[in-house]
Design a protein. Structure first.
Length: 281
């Protein structure tokens, strides 16, 4: 798949809110400590995408955010981020990804863009300002969406892999079993399909991102090491984006875990809130 193909992904029409369990024909009890929000589903290119909406009871004047999870995280688990952002006045739509046989990450950008469309069509607010937040896979998707969708005004990428071929080539020696697992998920190695790896790598889109970008990474991330955000920051600055910022959080890992201590979620939420106050106020 070429970058041109990725850019041409169509943005479908979002539809009314549906209860996820009813629409998708599944029943699933809420887990203990359910983070709240309204379960819903919207469409992305004609297929259902699970989501969760967090909306203030009264207008706050704050922006709307599309939050995209990582590969191993579902929409409910992103409540650690959605709930405190809601408490600070943001409307938050946590969106999942379509299931299917297409290659990993190929449709992620279209899913993010259709989540934006859903917000625009259903919130009925004039001058709705849109920010994106994504973790890991979701951070990668958010960065690529920021490059291709002019409705995006500010982006936060958390622990995002950005140069997938470079990451995979290093992983081949560092962790052969993980390399094999990911290569299977990607449908091939970087040597076998370099164009596909370029198409899903945000660093290749840096020159198309003119809006503010905050990159947040843990110094001890061994899943997608902090060098990924350093590469993206350098690429954005080299392309002339003066509104890029890099925050390395000392001592935390991919999920902002801090060794045997509590995760540093509050600090990450503070960084995100300050960023959007600065760039979307």
């Amino acid at each position: 798949m070429s970058m041109a193909d990725a850019s041409a992904l169509s943005v479908g029409t979002a539809h009314e809110v549906h209860n996820v369990s009813r629409t998708l024909g599944v029943t699933r009890p809420c887990p203990e400590g359910d983070p709240g929000g309204i379960p819903l589903a919207h469409t992305s290119e004609g297929e259902w995408v699970e989501g969760r909406l967090y909306q203030p009871m009264e207008p706050t004047g704050r922006s709307a955010l599309v939050v995209s999870p990582g590969r191993v995280t579902n929409v409910v688990e992103m409540g650690w981020l959605a709930m405190p952002l809601l408490a600070r006045g943001y409307t938050v739509l946590v969106q999942g990804y379509r299931r299917g046989a297409l290659r990993y990450q190929v449709r992620d950008v279209a899913d993010v863009r259709n989540a934006i469309s859903w917000l625009q069509e259903n919130l009925h607010r004039e001058h709705l300002r849109i920010g994106l937040v994504g973790h890991s896979r979701g951070g990668s998707a958010s960065l690529r969406a920021a490059a291709l969708d002019r409705r995006v005004e500010s982006t936060v990428a958390l622990s995002a892999p950005v140069d997938i071929a470079r990451y995979m080539n290093g992983l081949r020696e560092h962790s052969p079993s993980r390399y094999a697992m990911l290569a299977k998920g990607y449908g091939g190695t970087p040597a076998e399909d370099p164009e596909y790896y370029r198409a899903i790598s945000p660093v290749q889109y840096a020159g198309q991102i003119a809006t503010p970008v905050l990159l947040v990474h843990g110094s001890d991330d061994m899943v997608a090491p902090k060098e990924n955000s350093e590469w993206m920051y350098a690429a954005l600055r080299a392309s002339g984006n003066t509104h890029a910022r890099l925050e390395i959080v000392a001592g935390v890992g991919h999920f902002f875990e801090h060794r045997f201590q509590a995760p540093q979620f509050d600090h990450v939420v503070d960084l995100i809130d300050r960023w959007f106050m600065e760039t979307l106020s």
